[in-house]
Design a protein around this ligand. Structure first.
Ligand SMILES: NC(=O)c1ccc[n+]([C@@H]2O[C@H](COP(=O)([O-])OP(=O)(O)OC[C@H]3O[C@@H](n4cnc5c(N)ncnc54)[C@H](O)[C@@H]3O)[C@@H](O)[C@H]2O)c1
Length: 304
């Protein structure tokens, strides 16, 4: 679809990272932009930045895991602009705590934002996109939606987003509905995602602590993200996909190779085997050695 003046784009998680870059991208294309985020200060700063493009903006505090709040976002958008043309379900968090031994709230938070946020967004906006004469939905999944190699809850949530997106695309095609769908699956992007727990909701209780293995992993992930792709480069691929009505947006070819390798093993019914070399990470054997050493040290400290 064409982007420009008269078009309205809504971006969730617009306060930072990829969402902010998407909001800037739609604004520089001339669209009016609705920014939604759960973090007040980031949202206010983002609205100023995006408004500097000279387009109309609206900033709304929304927790995408809450159905009523996402429905409110859709209603307020349509009240203010008379319609809506692009929805980016982009808000997302990485998990907190050990998925198997830690509190279940770690799962509830990740699935609430990453999975339910996308479902609420689609259900709340789809009728409005159709009534506005057609539109496009972009769901931010991850390469973790095509390759389960990061963390259980995050991988599960992103696999679900890939499945939901493909299902939606096929449904729209079958019903000949005027709504395009894109599924964004990035590898490492330079954003604030590693510090997601800044938005851990108080209603879920205490933030679960990281275990030793997670502490080691997070250090490497932080570095990989710091050296990752610029969010503006990702946003530009997304805008092209919306314009050209393309489904897959996969910015990182090296990650895709790992996902394909895995599918070859699936086709041969071989047991899973994580690759020794993972994009941006030290060799797997080195990571395992670091974890074993840290665990041995912790046990030694405990015994002493
Ligand atoms: N950065 C990466 O390497 C990477 C890779 C693959 C996928 N992604 C995905 O990209 C998306 C954007 O993340 P990012 O990397 O830009 O991180 P980010 O932390 O910079 O931005 C995420 C934004 O979402 C907001 N948010 C968090 N919880 C929310 C909620 N409940 N409701 C509304 N907003 C909420 C945050 O306040 C923040 O502004 C996420 O879905 C993430 O999973 C990121």
């Amino acid at each position: 679809m064409e982007l420009g003046s008269g078009k309205v784009a809504v971006v969730t998680g617009a306060g930072s990272g990829i969402g902010l870059a998407l909001a800037n991208g739609f604004a520089s294309a001339g669209c009016s932009v609705v920014l939604a985020d759960v973090q007040d200060d980031a949202l206010a700063a983002a609205a100023d930045e995006v408004g500097a493009h000279g387009v109309e903006t609206l900033a709304l505090k929304v927790d995408v895991s809450k159905r009523e709040e996402v429905e409110g976002l859709a209603a307020t958008t349509v009240d203010r602009f008379g319609g809506v043309h692009v929805l980016c379900n982009n808000a997302g968090v990485v998990g907190a705590g050990d998925p198997w031994l830690g509190p279940i709230e770690g799962w509830e938070w990740v699935m609430g934002v990453n999975f339910w946020g996308v479902v609420h967004g689609i259900r709340a906006f789809l009728p409005h996109l159709v009534m506005s004469g057609g539109g496009h939905i972009v769901n931010t999944a991850s390469m973790a939606g095509l390759y389960p190699g990061l963390a259980g809850p995050y991988d599960a949530s992103k696999h679900a987003v890939v499945a939901v997106s493909e299902n939606l695309y096929n449904s729209m095609q079958a019903a000949q509905m005027p709504v395009g769908v894109s599924c964004l699956c990035p590898g490492w992007v330079k954003t604030g995602i590693v510090d997601s727990d800044r938005n851990w909701p108080a209603e879920l209780g205490e933030l679960p602590p990281r275990d030793i293995a997670q502490e080691i992993q997070i250090g490497h992930v932080r570095r990989a993200i710091d050296e990752g792709m610029q969010p503006s480069a990702v946003a530009s691929l997304v805008l092209d996909a919306v314009r050209d009505d393309r489904y897959w947006v996969i910015p990182h070819g090296d990650w895709l190779e790992i996902a394909l390798e895995r599918w070859h093993r699936v086709a041969e019914r071989q047991n899973p085997e994580p690759p020794e070399e993972f994009p941006g990470m030290p060799p797997r054997s080195e990571m395992i050695a670091q974890m074993m050493e840290a665990m041995a040290q912790a046990m030694g400290d405990g015994a002493g």
